[in-house]
Ligand binder design. Sequence first.
Ligand code: NZQ
Ligand code: ZN
Length: 389
Amino acid sequence: MLNFEFCSPTRFLFGKGTENKAGEMIKRYGGTKVLIHYGGGSVVRSGLLQRVKESLEQEGIEFLTLGGVQPNPRSGLVYQGIDLCRKENVDFILAVGGGSVIDSAKAIAAGTLMDCDFWEYWKVKKPITKALPVGTVLTIPAAGSEASPNSVITHEETLVKRGCAGEALRPRFSILNPELTFTLPAWQTASGASDIIAHVLERYFTNTKDVEVTDRLCEALLLTVIRETPRVIADPTCYEARASIMWAGALAHNNVVGVGREQDWATHAIEHELSALYDVTHGAGLAVLFPAWMTKALPHNPKLFATMATRIFGIQNTGDDAETGALGIQAWRDFFTSIGMPDNLRELGVKEEDFEYMANRLLLKPDGTLGNFVKLTPDDVVEIYKSCY
Ligand code: NZQ
Ligand code: ZN
């Protein structure tokens, strides 16, 4: 196990009715003038936004609202939010929605305190050290932004999608009421589940030896999401299954399952190119790309893939690790398609002629590669795109 420092200070309020404590939480963390940030309208239709506003009113907290965050959030609204926060002296940002809303809120929180364009940080992934405090009321378990120090934004002019990080971006509190996810369409539920799985797999495939505790925690999360996702697709109001997925989503990305081990993250970068150019739903892109990446990575450590196949899918080792690992990869493909995810890029509207362009836009490490478990060149990335086209 590698040395690590782990501090995940977000306070989680989990369960029915917890959104009514939003005002109380903001007061606890010192917010006096709040920007409530939300998306395209699901929180208006469900009545959640109204309940959250009432909760702030009860505490006598002043607020203004800024809606309209799109999935794969854009820089334009971030600039608008920054201007608003400066003009109105906002001192707390409350994100009510999914990962896109939370990420937009985090970018506004950081950008408000910068004396430069916020994109200067995002463009090169410069660590964020200062931001207004952010709280969240989560409506879709997926991105894990409710627990993570990350924010992923697409720059509108250049269509570059980049994630920026910094402990200052971790939410002070996150409110997780599984009932708020009952209204999710099956596509969003399945895309969210795929993203949660991907967050675990990015950590699971590692060159670090002997990390039993995090191996086993990763496996627990994967087994949970595999079991519970079909249940909520069949019955969207199944509270217990929704609850398990919601908590799994936070644990998958607050890094409790990633400490002490090298992590990969190539597949996420490869997917962000799809979301940036074609507005692909992030989790759906990952459902297509992850099995393709695994196939490329399999020869690097067939034993680890065989272990994954055995422990996650109960596949008997055939005596050949590479063969057993390949069966495990196929089991992932089958799982993703069983929950309604596509298994090729064409279905997502991606164009073959853009493969090289996308691969050459990736932010590479100084050695010219991407990823840690296996080091990919842009040519390898093109090969991966082709293999799942
Ligand atoms: O905009 P509204 O009307 O709210 O509709 C949203 C949106 O259309 C809808 N939705 C959300 N909750 C709902 C609901 N519809 C009905 N009922 C509900 N309860 O779902 C759609 C998708 O929402 P979005 O916020 O985009 O989903 P998600 O949480 O998957 O976020 C995706 C974004 O997060 C980034 C992705 O790249 C993508 O941009 N990520 C952020 C990470 C982070 N900050 O740590 C890590 C991830 O790897 C990821 O990259
Ligand atoms: Zn993700």
